[in-house]
Design a protein around this ligand. Structure first.
Ligand code: PRP
Ligand code: MN
Ligand code: MG
Length: 181
């Protein structure tokens, strides 16, 4: 059973909903009369992207990108490989990258560069969770849902071995879970 794997709920469904409403309202204010495209980073960003887009009361467009880091865990890593690109031409557009979590910052720093190079008018980041103490690459995050400690969490898009993304809250798992998968 799914429920028996869950140790502690750190951020509830209600808290996620409220914070997403606040960020959506802020983006609505900040981007009035601008041509905005939200780019969700697959797969983790899916729940946050779906919830956030419906709290932005502007005619935004949506796209998705899927990337993977080269040589994860190595100091030299800073490159990301695009596994599935966006379809949209972002030249002259205001891009908001939507992410579930920022950890080392490598993914976000690389994507920000890529979109700037392609001629976006501006590139900002909206991220649900920020593990600040893990940062290797400094990257400015304009919209942050919650700062969280360096603990292994799942839910609301965040996975362990591709599972638990569908949980509507952020939680930790019992250590026994990591032995079984
Ligand atoms: C996770 C997470 C972010 C990224 C953050 O994605 O969803 O996209 O890692 O890490 P960083 O700040 O150290 O770059 P992952 O590569 O696990 O893919 P997923 O979204 O499909 O789970
Ligand atoms: Mn991801
Ligand atoms: Mg993952």
């Amino acid at each position: 059973m799914l429920k028996s794997d869950i140790k502690e709920i750190l951020i509830t469904e209600e808290q996620l909903k409220r914070r997403t409403e606040e960020i959506g309202a802020q983006i609505t204010k900040d981007y009035e009369d601008k041509d905005v495209i939200l780019v969700g980073v697959l797969k983790g960003a899916m729940p946050f992207l779906c919830d956030l887009m419906r709290q932005i009361h502007l005619p935004v467009s949506i796209d998705t990108i899927c990337v993977s880091s080269y040589g994860a865990g190595t100091v030299s890593s800073g490159e990301v490989q695009i596994k599935k690109d966006i379809d949209s031409d972002i030249k002259g557009k205001h891009v908001i990258i939507v992410e579930d979590i920022i950890d080392t910052g490598i993914t976000m720093a690389a994507l920000k560069n890529i979109f700037c190079e392609r001629g976006a008018e501006s590139v900002e980041i909206a991220v649900c969770l920020d593990k600040k103490e893990r940062r290797q690459k400094e990257v400015f995050t304009k919209y942050v849902g919650f700062e969280i400690p360096d603990e292994f969490i799942v839910g609301y898009g965040c996975d362990y071995a591709e599972k638990y993304r569908n949980l509507p809250y952020i939680c930790t798992l019992y250590p026994s879970v990591f032995e079984h998968i």
